[in-house]
Design a protein. Sequence first.
Lengths: 209, 213
Amino acid sequence: MFFGSCAVSLFSECQCYDRTETGWQEASLWFQNDDSYSLFNATIDIRKNHYTGLMVMNPLPVDGHRVIFMTEFGLKVFDMEFSSAEGFNLYYCMAALNRKPVIKTLRNDIGLITGNERADCPPSALCNEKAGETVYKFKINRNRYYYTVDNETLKISSVLQTSPLFKKVRIEFYGAGGNRPDSVTLEHYNTTLIIKLAHINGIIKTSDE
Amino acid sequence: MHRLIILMVLNLVTCALNVSAQDGYVPVVDAGDFKSRLESVSEAVQTIESDFIQEKKLSVLADKIISKGSFSFRKQNNIRWEYTEPYRYLIILSGGRVFISEESGQNQYDLESNRMFREMNRFISGCIQGDILKDDAGYHIEYLENEKEYFVKLVPSSRVLREMLNEVQIAFDKADLTVTRITMVEPGGDYTKISFVNKKLNTDIPVEKFSFN
C-alpha cells in the first residue's frame, strides 16, 4: 500500500489500476534485437572527473551486449559485457575508475541503458495514462524501476530507479524509432554521475591497408 | 583522471602497430646516428601542419572505427589537435595551459598546477621532437628500419602502464625524419593507429591558431 502510494506520488498525473502484462510485453527496450554495433559520442562525469570519447555497444550473438568506452585518442576507459549466458564480465577498467562501488554503479547504469539489467518478473503495477504514456513498475529486491513507455511507438522514453524512499537514477531516451536511441541522458540523484550519449554514424573500414 | 591524461598523452605520443618482419624491418645498425640526425631535424623544424587519420581496431568488431582531423605544432610547445570526424573535438596546449572544446562545452586547465597535463605537454612535444627516444628509463626501445621508414618500438618499463599499453611504435619517414605513424597496441591486441598525411613543415602558422577563443 505504501509503495503503491509512492508510485502514485512519483507519477502524480497517472492513475494506477490493476495491470495487464500485455502492454509491457508489447513494449520495446532499446538496443534489443540489434544486429550490428552502435556508436555513440559519450561523456561521463563522475564527481570531479570528466571523461569524453566513443562508446561502442556491440550485441552478442545470443543475448546481451559488449560495451566499450574509450577516449577520442583510443584509450580504453572500460570494457564490459552483459551476457544472458555468462552474466556480467568486466574485461577492463582503467585504474582511476577501477573501484568496486564505481564498477557496481556503472554496471547498473549501462545495464539499464542497454536493457541488459532488466527485470524478468512481470510489472507489479501499471499506471495509465497521461500524455500518451504508460508507466510500468517493477520491484527487484529493494529497488523499484519505473519504465515509461510511449503508447504510440511502444518505445521506452524514460527509466526511473528508486530505493524505497529515494529516487536514485533517471534515464531519458530520445529517438524516433528503430533499435537504438538518438541520444540518452542518465543522471543520479544522490551523487554526481551523469552519462550522456549521442548516436553517431561511425566511419568504418573493413580491410587493412 | 590523471592516469587517463597520461595515457592520452602516450597514445598521442607513441602508439603502435603489430609490425614485424613482414614489413621487411631489420634492426638499425647505428641507432645513435639515427637519433643524432633526428635531433638535428627536430631543431630545424619550427612548425608542423598535418591531417591525421586515426584507426581504432577492437577485437569485438570486424570493422575499424575511423576518426579524422588536423594537427598543428609550433615551437615552443604550441600544439593543436582537432577532430572533425565522426564529431568535433578540440584540444590545444599552449602558454602553459590546456584548452578543451567539445559539444558539451569548453574547459581550460593550468599546466603548472596540474602535473598530469604538464606531463601530457612534455610527452607530446617529446614525440614530435623525438625527445621521447631519450627516455631509456621509461621504455625499452628497439630501433628498426626498412627501405621507406625507421620504426621505433617502445615497451613501457612500468608494469602499471603495461597493463594498458603493451607496446608503442613510432614510424619516421626516411626522407625527412618526420613522424608518419603512431600506433599503440593494448594487451589484448586492440590498437589505435594515427597516420599523419599531407604534412607541411615550417609553414607560417599564426599564433592565433593556438589561442583559446
